[in-house]
Structure formats: C-alpha cells, structure tokens
Design a protein around this ligand. Structure first.
Ligand code: F6P
Length: 345
C-alpha cells in the first residue's frame, strides 16, 4: 500500500513522533510506501510531497515542530466566491495521481473536520488528534498538551520567586483557545491562587476579594493563571486585561506574563512522545485493517478508534463537576465564581 501523511493546524511538540510512529510501523510492519504531504492540506492542493523513508524518519522522535510543515488551510471553506469544489477537487485528483491508497491527517478540531469531509468524498482517511489545547472530542488526551502544561508550570514556578521578591500579584496567560485545560492543569501544578478558565464564568469582584483577603492575611504574593479564551469586556489579551483590573481595583502591584508560543515549541515530553508514537502506530494498523473514516483516540488508558463523523464540530471542554476543579476548590483555589463574592460589610 502507498499512504500519505500530513500535519495541519497549530504545530506542537510530538507531531514528529507521530509521523515517525505512522511511518516506521507502515514501513517495518506492513511494508507500505509512505509519502509526506508538505504544509498540511495545501500540500495536497499544490501536490507538494516528499518520499518518507526510514532514513528521513530517523532522529525526529525528540524534534519539536513538524518536518512536513503545516498550514491552517481549510480546503472546504469557500474563499472569495471560489468554486466550493475547486480545492477538494484538486485534493482528490492529486490523491489519485500520487497513487495514494490512504491518508493520515494529524491535527486538531479543524483538521479532523476536514478529514471527515474528505472521507465523505471517498478518500481513505485516518485521523490522529493533535493539539496543545487538549480539546478534541472523543479522546481523553491529545499529544502536545503534556508538554505545554510542563512549559507553563515551569514558567509559573519561576514567577513565584520574582513575585515573592517584589511582593506582587503575578498574572500569567496561557494558551488553550476556547478550552481551559492548560490553565487548569498548570494552575494546579504551579500552585496558582486564582485560576480563570473560559468554561467557568467569573466575577472580577470575586478575584479582587480573594487577592485582598490574601493580602490581609499577609500572604507575600499571589499567582493568577488565566486561560487566553476567558470572556472579557476588552480587546486586550486576557492576561493584560485581568492584570489591569486587579491593579485598578485592589491597588496591589501587579504584572502580567503572556506565555504564548513558547508553549508550542521545543522537544516533547516523554509522555507526549509515547502517546504520539502509540497514536501513529495504531493509525498504521487501522489502515492495514482498512478501517477508514476513523480517528485514533485514548480512552481509559487504551488506544482505540472512533468514527471521524462523531468528532467534527465538537470541542471537549472542562465540565463543571471536573474532579480537578473540585479538588482545587477544596484547596482554596479561587476560580472567580460569582457566588464567592464576600458580602460587603
Ligand atoms: O490550537 C493551538 C493554539 O496554540 C491555541 O492554543 C491558540 O489560541 C492558537 O493555536 C494560536 O493560533 P496561531 O498559531 O494560528 O496563531
């Protein structure tokens, strides 16, 4: 068999481990030919490929980013009155011309949605969930997430020492798009006093009360962890907005750090390497067994697969009864709940 692999959407550590997992399993176990598609779906539109052999797959397990490159091209999204079938038509044509018999799509929500549409057009597709946001429906975990949490936690650890030296409130904004998984996990791991996530509506008053209470108790400093996607009445970034509101309303000396793309860079953690490798190897097995129109997933510690049509258009968000949120509340972490506002005495 001759299979294609592409990586699309935001990059993250672990993509190369997944490419290696698919490629080496396909070559070594199933004697397949492997074609790398360059820069996500645009590589299929432009017919830009590289033959992936064992030599090219060697030494990439620990490498951040993606050796194939990526893009956020959505081929089914109509642009400037273009014929809706133009790009999908080119993809199908080039898929045939390249002699592909299956296509592995490594990506986030948008990528899996496109993969499902291509499957409905008759391509043999298997998806691999990838994102630091950890917000893909149907899998308990995506690779990229553990590395991002590790990076964010290390940054929070560093903020504790400078906050303590200056007796300041330190606000750190982390990524996650519309989901708060990175903020929640790094906030708990990093000892955050306040954790704001998009899924839990917050009241600024509640945040102020928490920080002023800590100040009254002579706590030398506070750490506020903010998911970038929280609701806010401002065009400012979430971190800058929250820091400004704290300064303005509590008088506490406050600084903000926007962690940004550092969370997407560098070598993957061992957890991400292992998960990405497991996902990649399973994708190759699904192709061998001709189980197309599926996405690999981690469910209760086991690698499995689910129909791609179940994934598209959904986002896996933090539920109100999330056990880590409950444990955080019991530790005294403030999630900004409006019910926590102290009655003005
Ligand atoms: O989806 C991963 C992610 O890093 C999000 O957390 C973030 O909001 C977004 O990508 C940034 O997108 P871009 O890389 O296009 O700036």
């Amino acid at each position: 068999m001759r299979i294609g692999i592409l990586s699309a959407g935001g990059d993250c550590p672990g993509i190369n481990a997944a490419i290696r997992g698919v490629g080496k399993t396909a070559i070594v176990e199933y004697d397949m030919d492997v074609v790398g598609i360059v820069n996500g779906f645009s590589g299929l539109v432009e017919k830009e490929t590289i033959e992936l052999n064992e030599q090219l797959l060697s030494g990439i397990l620990t490498l951040g980013g993606t050796i194939l490159g990526t893009s956020r091209l959505k081929p089914f999204k109509v642009v400037d009155g273009e014929d809706p079938q133009h790009k999908p038509g080119l993809i199908k044509k080039h898929y045939e011309e390249l002699g592909l018999e299956a296509l592995v799509c490594i990506g986030g929500n948008g990528t899996q949605k496109t993969a499902n549409l291509l499957a409905q057009e008759g391509l043999n597709v298997v998806g691999i969930p990838k994102t630091i946001d950890n917000d893909i429906w149907g899998t308990d975990l995506t690779f990229g997430f553990d590395t991002a949490v590790h990076i964010a936690t290390e940054a929070i650890d560093r903020l504790h020492t400078t906050a303590n030296s200056h007796k300041r409130v330190m606000v750190i904004e982390v990524m996650g798009h519309h989901a708060g998984w990175i903020a929640l996990h790094s906030g708990i791991a990093g000892g955050g006093d306040v954790i704001l996530v998009p899924e839990i509506p917050y009241c600024l008053e509640s945040v102020f009360d928490c920080l002023l209470e800590r100040s009254r108790k002579k706590k030398p400093y506070s750490i506020v962890v903010v998911g970038e996607g929280i609701e806010r009445a401002s065009k400012k970034s979430a971190g800058a907005y929250i820091a400004k509101q704290i300064r303005k309303n509590t008088g506490l000396e406050t600084r903000e750090t926007i962690l940004g793309y550092i969370q997407r860079g560098g070598s993957p953690t061992s957890t991400d390497r292992i998960l990405a490798t497991r996902f990649g190897a399973h994708a190759a097995a699904l192709i061998h067994e001709k189980q197309f129109g599926t996405m690999v997933a981690l469910r209760n510690g086991e690698i499995t697969s689910i129909p791609l049509e179940e994934v598209g258009g959904k986002t896996r968000l933090i539920q109100p009864n999330n056990s880590l949120v409950l444990k955080g509340r019991h530790l005294g972490v403030c999630f900004g709940d409006c019910s926590e506002i102290k009655q003005k005495s």
